[in-house]
Every structure is written in C-alpha cells, then in structure tokens.
Design a protein around this ligand. Sequence first.
Ligand code: ADP
Ligand code: MG
Length: 387
Amino acid sequence: MSLESMAERTAELFARCFGHAPRWIVAAPGRVNVIGEHTDYNDGFVLPMAIERYTVIAGDRNDSREVTLHSVTTGETATFNVREPLTRGEPSWSNYVRGVVAGFQQRPIKVPGFDAVIASTVPFGGGLSSSAALEVATATLLEAITGEKLEPIEKALLCQKAEHEFAGVPCGIMDQFTSILARENHALLLDCRSRTTIPVAMTDPSITVLMINTNVRHKLADGEYAKRRSQCQTAASALKVPFLRDASAKALKAGRSKMEPIAFRRARHVISENERTREAAWAIQAADWATVGRLMYASHDSLRDDYEVSCKELDAVVEIARAISKENGLIGCRMTGAGFGGCAVSVVRTEAVPRITHQMDEAYERKTGIQATIFSSRPAAGARVLK
Ligand code: ADP
Ligand code: MG
C-alpha cells in the first residue's frame, strides 16, 4: 500500500471514530540494518536505511485532558490523562506513546489532550523497528500539536528514552535516529559514539534491497541480548578499553590469553563487524556490489559462529541465498536485527527480484515448513508531516 493511500485510509478511520477530519497526519518509517549488528551498544558503527513501511498517525487536539488512541493494527483503544503523572499502563503498546508524551512534558512542553488513530505497515517484532516508528510518529505528531519543533538528535534521544523507561527495552540509538534522519535513496552510516551520521548514496536503480521475514521469533532473545552486552563489557575490560569500539583486531589477538574463549569470540565479532560496516559504506558509495555482498555474508557467518545470535530459520534463508548465487542476481544476504528470528536482509539485482522472491519463498517453506514474508524497498526518507 502506498503512503498516500495509507494516509487517506487512516484519516477516514479517524473521521469515523471522532466525527471530524483529522487536523494532522504524520508518518515515520521502519528501518532495516544493512550491516553493523550488535555494534551499537559497543559504541561502534551501524549502516541502516529507512524502508517504505510506515507508522501513520492521524490526530487532532480534543480540548480536554484525555488522550484517546486507537490502533488499527491491534484493534484496541487506549486512554490516559495528560494532567496526571504519566506511568506505564495498559494496553502495553500505549506505553510507547505515553513515554513520548512524558518526554515532551519533561522538556517542559505542555501537551494538551488529543485523539489519534494509528496504522502501521511495519511488521511487529520482525526487527524492522515498528517500535521506533511508533515513537517517532508520536513525537512528530506532538511537534505539530504543540508547535514546538525539537532538534532531530534531541527528538531521537527522547524517543529512545521512552522505549527504555516505558517499554523496558534497553535499545541503542540506531532505530530512532534512522526513522528521523533517513534520506531517500540513502543509507546512513551512524557512529553510535559521536552520534554523527553520514548519508551513503544508494541510488543505483539496478540494485534492490529485499527483506525476508522468517516469521519466527525465539523466546530466548531478551535474556541472550543482556548476556551479549555483558560479555562485550568483560572483553573490553580485559583489553583495558572503555568499549570494544576502541580495540583493534591486533589488540584482540594480543589479549586473547586474558579472556575466556567465549568473550574472545564475542569481541572478534564486534571488532570485525565495525570494520565491515565502514568498508560496506565505502563499497555502497562506490557501487562495488561484489564487496557489499561479501561483507554481508561475512557478517552473517560472524553472527552465527562467534556471536551465536542466529537461528536455523535465519541460517536457512542465508544458505538459500548462497545457493541462488551472485550469477543469478543475489549479491548478499545476512540476518538483520538482534537475532533469534525476525528478518534477513538481502541485496539483489532489481531485474531478478520476482525470480529470487519465488525461489526463496519455495525453498524456505520446503526447508522449514514456515511461510516467509518477502518484500522490497528503496531507501526511504525519515519522518514527516503529511498534512
Ligand atoms: P520491532 O520494533 O522489531 O517491530 P518491538 O518488540 O521492539 O519489535 O516492538 C513491537 C511492539 O511495538 C508491538 O508489540 C507493539 O506493542 C508496538 N507497536 C508498534 N507499532 C504499533 C502499532 N501500529 N499499534 C500498536 N502497537 C504498535
Ligand atoms: Mg523495536
């Protein structure tokens, strides 16, 4: 569905729920991380792009102290009072909105009561960041409602804080930064330490990015994520650096005896992934797709073997991609997001998209018994006010 028709439908629903047309319509995209996985909390580099999947909110002030939210996706309505101190509440998805409202109030920016209808084409829990899209869309709506525009970085940090404090997810800054700062036809090389971004042109129409959703999500994800973070910190301490971002491959080799084998392998992933990410940014800019493909496969192998955050379904997708091969237009593929399910990302020749989609679809179902969801996207622009 195009963004325009999504906006129209959301506005129609708003009119049906609240009896008049919405004053504002905003959109914020999901994102896919092309390369640079589990590097963000090590102060390292990531290379995401926004995708043409959006969370759209139609909204208006309502001259009361009540916020009424209707999510088309969950079919639920949430209400809370902006004059009372904001806390976590039910339904759980309303916490992303509550957290962003609380962030505005802490500025302090006075937020009036408002009505909103929320629709989204970003799949939930697939590693394409429907959560950041919801936070950023909410912040964009609140900017419009209050007339107070935030600096993009301040806005991203406000949304991240909402996710930390109201959803209880200790996420990095990549998702919110991308959903706000992304540019059409560009990926974004983000330095998670300095929080600087470099747009990386990805204009070549003969190249397409495919998202392959395994449609599985294994339960151990949250606990394992916390473990990986602490293993990285252990490795960094052994190497006497604040973060693994500060360690080189050479220093790691020299320090190998100072750490457990498991910490060594975790560090080897992070240090090599930081290198691959910067190299991939150059390669994309230079349209050197063979190098991009090689780096993506190397990233996957490292995540599977050294970092141990893949799963059999993600490995199946990457094996199928390898078998389809570069000669048939499939340039590179890797798991994307935190792991243990969710999506793989693949770079393919545009002319081969229908054939590759068909082959991937069939082979994945044959191997796993599960139906994948596959879609393509150009690098999209960041959040905006549509009306
Ligand atoms: P991801 O960000 O990878 O999609 P998360 O678990 O971080 O996965 O976030 C998914 C959660 O975000 C959903 O379970 C839901 O609570 C919330 N969410 C995202 N978009 C919407 C929406 N349109 N309506 C209601 N809740 C949403
Ligand atoms: Mg998320």
